[in-house]
Design a protein around this ligand. Structure first.
Ligand SMILES: Nc1ncnc2c1ncn2[C@@H]1O[C@H](COP(=O)(O)OP(=O)(O)OP(=O)(O)O)[C@@H](O)[C@H]1O
Length: 302
């Protein structure tokens, strides 16, 4: 489990993280979202003991990082995948890490296979593409077989197949009972990956809860209806004072569920070609939240 309590980090001119309290549970993928500059990287650094908090605590499996007796076996992290020793091969890099941290060398082959780098493990990491570096970063995070994993933008630079691979990997790690905490700017991907969410804005918590609940905030978008008998449906809706808008051939009906619209159309004698509730998305819910607080910096991707 990951736990931030009253976590605060002030730099000379900025308070990067302010009184942040949240948890990420074992057995779940928790997504970590926020606009650029919201304080995500600072929070990750505080959790990993790379920076000291001004106030509050950041605990991993109940302890601050610096008090962990066996850090690499407790927590693994991918923070900046672009760092690498240019002259060292992927295998040499992992062997060195294993040797200096008392991990068995057999683990090196296992993680290389797991991330699909076993064929290129002898190649110098300086020649790796961004996608390969991400995989090497993930292999590094997994080396100690830790209970807690933090990934900052793990799908950055990966092709669609790689993105899907990361999704399955994270699901698998959580299913094994691990705590998986992951940030990403790719909201549709995050929607498919995370079960829980922590959202921050200007260093403060704006949401902690399930993905389903967060998305449901943007879910009441009405029902899309298509009919070859628009006059009949229009009359039936108008007579009952139902709110709707109309595009050619398509009605968008608010404040009435699909079952009642279907019954109404049936009574009116209007055939229906389509009756689809418009689901909200993470992107919609997120933009509504961050838009309201006036922080969305545009684009969302970097
Ligand atoms: N070492 C530092 N010294 C001074 N200010 C800093 C430092 N590190 C971060 N900040 C400031 O703290 C705020 C939060 O930065 P942080 O990098 O944590 O945000 P982020 O959410 O990770 O952003 P991004 O999505 O762009 O990576 C920013 O205003 C940033 O300029």
């Amino acid at each position: 489990m990951l736990e931030a309590t009253g976590l605060t980090k002030a730099y000379r001119d900025t308070v990067a993280v302010r009184d942040l309290t949240f948890t990420a549970q074992a057995g779940r993928v928790t997504g970590f979202l926020g606009p650029n500059g919201a304080g995500k990287s600072t929070t990750m650094r505080l959790l990993l003991g790379l920076d000291a908090p001004t106030a509050g605590t950041a605990h991993i499996e109940g302890r601050p990082y610096r008090q962990l007796t066996d850090p690499l076996r407790t927590v693994g992290a991918l923070l900046d995948a672009t760092w690498r020793h240019p002259g060292r091969s992927a295998r040499a890099h992992l062997r060195w890490l294993a040797a200096t941290n008392g991990l068995p060398e057999s683990r090196v082959g296992e993680v290389l296979r797991l991330v699909g780098l076993d064929q290129v493990a002898g190649k110098r990491a300086g020649q790796f593409s961004l996608g390969m570096l991400q995989r090497l970063g993930i292999a590094t995070a997994l080396l100690g077989d830790p209970r807690v994993l933090l990934f900052d933008e793990p799908v950055n630079g990966l092709d669609p197949e790689g993105v899907q691979w990361v999704r399955h990997l994270l699901h698998g790690l959580a299913a094994e009972g691990r705590t998986v905490f992951v940030s990403s700017h790719l909201l549709p991907e995050m929607e498919q990956t995370a079960q829980d969410l922590v959202v921050i804005g200007r260093g403060q918590l704006t949401y902690q809860g399930t993905m389903a609940e967060f998305v449901a905030r943007a879910a009441s978008r009405g029902v899309r209806v298509r009919t070859p008998h628009p006059q009949l449906l229009r009359r039936a809706l108008t007579e009952r004072g139902v709110v709707f808008t109309e595009d050619p051939d398509v009605f968008y009906v608010s404040e009435m569920d699909s079952a009642r619209i279907g019954e109404l159309a049936f009574t009116a004698g209007a055939t229906l070609y389509e009756l689809s509730p418009l689901a909200g998305s993470l992107e919609q819910a997120y933009l509504e939240l961050t838009g309201q607080s006036g922080e969305f910096t545009g684009g969302g991707a970097r």
